[in-house]
Structure formats: C-alpha cells, structure tokens
Design a protein around this ligand. Structure first.
Ligand SMILES: C[S@@+](CC[C@H](N)C(=O)[O-])C[C@H]1O[C@@H](n2cnc3c(N)ncnc32)[C@H](O)[C@@H]1O
Length: 243
C-alpha cells in the first residue's frame, strides 16, 4: 500500500488552505503559463486537482500519474467528462508514455529519499518530454532555515526535522484540518546542489529556482500581515527546468 492510500481523503482537504490556492497555485500556474493545445504529464497528480485545471483550460491531452491507487481513484471519480488519463505508477520507475510538451509535478520530488531516486525521477521526466520541453514543479522548500519552521503553523501545518539537515534526512509535515483532525507526511531533505546535479545528469540544460508569490485576491482576503512570514521564510519553492 502506498503511503498516501490511507490519507487520500484527508490530503484532499488541504486544497482549501489559503496558501495552497493564493500562493502555491497562483505562482505555479503563472510559471506554467497558457496551456491551450498542450500535452501535459502531471506527475504525483494526487486527486487530480491540477490535471483537471489544465484540461478545463484547453490542454489537448492530460495524463496524471500517482503511486497511490487511492489518490488515483479520487482523481478518476471527479469530472470524468474531462477525459483525463490516469495511471498508478512510481515515477522513479516510470516508462516512456509520450513526448509531452510539458511535464509538471506538485510535491513529487520532495519524496525522493536519496540522490539515486531523484536521478531516476529526473530521467523519467526527461524521457517523457519532447526536445526542448519544460518541466515545472512546486516542492517543499528543503533549504528553508529550520529556525523558521514554526512560522508554517500560521499556514495550517507544522514542519519538523532532526538536525542538522543532510541528504536523506526526513522532514515531517503535519497538516491541521478544519475538522480538528491532523495527519503527517514525510518528505526528505536533499540539497539544492543534489537537485541541480540530478537534473543536469538527466540532460536538462537549465534549472531555475523560483520563490512563491501571493495573489492580489489573497492579500485582499487575508491581509498583508498574514502573508509576511510565508514570503520572508518561504516554506515552498518552485523549479523551472528546460531540456
Ligand atoms: C503532497 S501530495 C500532492 C498531490 C497533488 N500533486 C497536489 O498537489 O495536490 C504528494 C503526492 O505524491 C505522490 N507520490 C509520492 N511518491 C511518488 C512516486 N514515487 N511516484 C508517483 N507519485 C508519488 C503521493 O501518492 C501523493 O499523491
């Protein structure tokens, strides 16, 4: 059973957290840009939240892949009329599906526990991109200073790690849901240098790290002060890579 099988429904509830919509999705979708007519591979698609967005915005073909059968069941149960293709698979062992215009992944790479697994994921991404294609991702900000981890509590979760951070160290994220329940997932620290090496070795020409921003609607709804720590100590980060 994949780790997310038992928490699929709970994880889905995090989509209502203000940071996920007003910062994560806002920055991620801006970086991705217009998707009309594109073929898109959404890795670690979860319940398909972004897959559905791409297809409803006119993407020609959207394929979602996730290691958790429960997550894929949730994805398949929503808006089946969109005709998104979903597969259960481990991205580290993913075979070529097609030459996509764009490969995306929200919170996949932070599950790689070592450089070898990250390298396998980077190669699978490269193999599924057309020449010159782009990979865009949002990730746990693994280089966030642990001294600022407590700031995440404002944004409905707790980050904890055994220090010092070094490649392979687990980082635990506990999410607090509106119904009073909580659940914990585990990511792994790998340095930005390890990421850059994995993507260079997989054939990517460039890798750019981008910090999250907040939408005007988010500032209007929650106020500038609410977002101050999120922007000063970003708990998430984005990557833009080009073959
Ligand atoms: C934090 S959730 C994010 C889900 C979705 N992308 C979103 O943004 O809502 C991480 C997802 O990564 C999936 N995952 C973890 N390791 C994976 C792997 N090796 N291959 C494919 N999916 C994986 C989990 O099953 C889970 O659905």
């Amino acid at each position: 059973m994949a780790d997310y099988d038992s928490i699929a429904q709970s994880f889905q509830q995090t989509c209502a957290f203000p940071f996920r919509w007003h910062s994560e999705a806002y920055t991620y979708l801006n970086l991705i840009g217009p998707v009309q007519g594109l073929s898109i591979l959404d890795l670690a698609c979860g319940d398909g939240i972004y897959s559905r967005h791409f297809k409803s915005q006119g993407a020609a073909r959207v394929v979602g892949v996730d290691i958790s059968a429960a997550m894929i069941d949730l994805a398949r149960s929503q808006q089946p009329d969109l005709e998104i293709e979903y597969y259960v698979a481990d991205v580290a062992h993913l075979e070529k599906i097609a030459n996509f215009d764009l490969v995306v992944a929200s919170y996949l790479l932070n599950h790689a526990a070592d450089a070898c697994t990250l390298g396998q994921m980077a190669r699978a991404i490269a193999e599924n991109l057309k020449p010159g294609g782009k990979f865009i991702s949002v990730n746990n900000h693994l280089e966030q200073d642990p001294a600022s981890y407590d700031r995440c509590l404002t944004y409905n979760y707790r980050k904890q790690a055994d220090l010092p951070l070094e490649d392979g160290r687990p980082i635990h994220l506990t999410f607090y849901l509106p119904d009073g329940s909580n659940f914990t997932i585990t990511d792994y620290y790998l340095s930005q240098a390890t990421y850059e090496q994995a993507f260079a070795q997989a054939g990517f020409q460039s890798l750019e790290w981008c910090y999250p921003q907040v939408s005007a609607a988010g500032i209007e709804e929650f106020g500038q002060d609410y977002w101050q720590d999120f922007l000063r100590y970003p708990p998430i980060i984005l990557l833009k890579c080009q073959l």
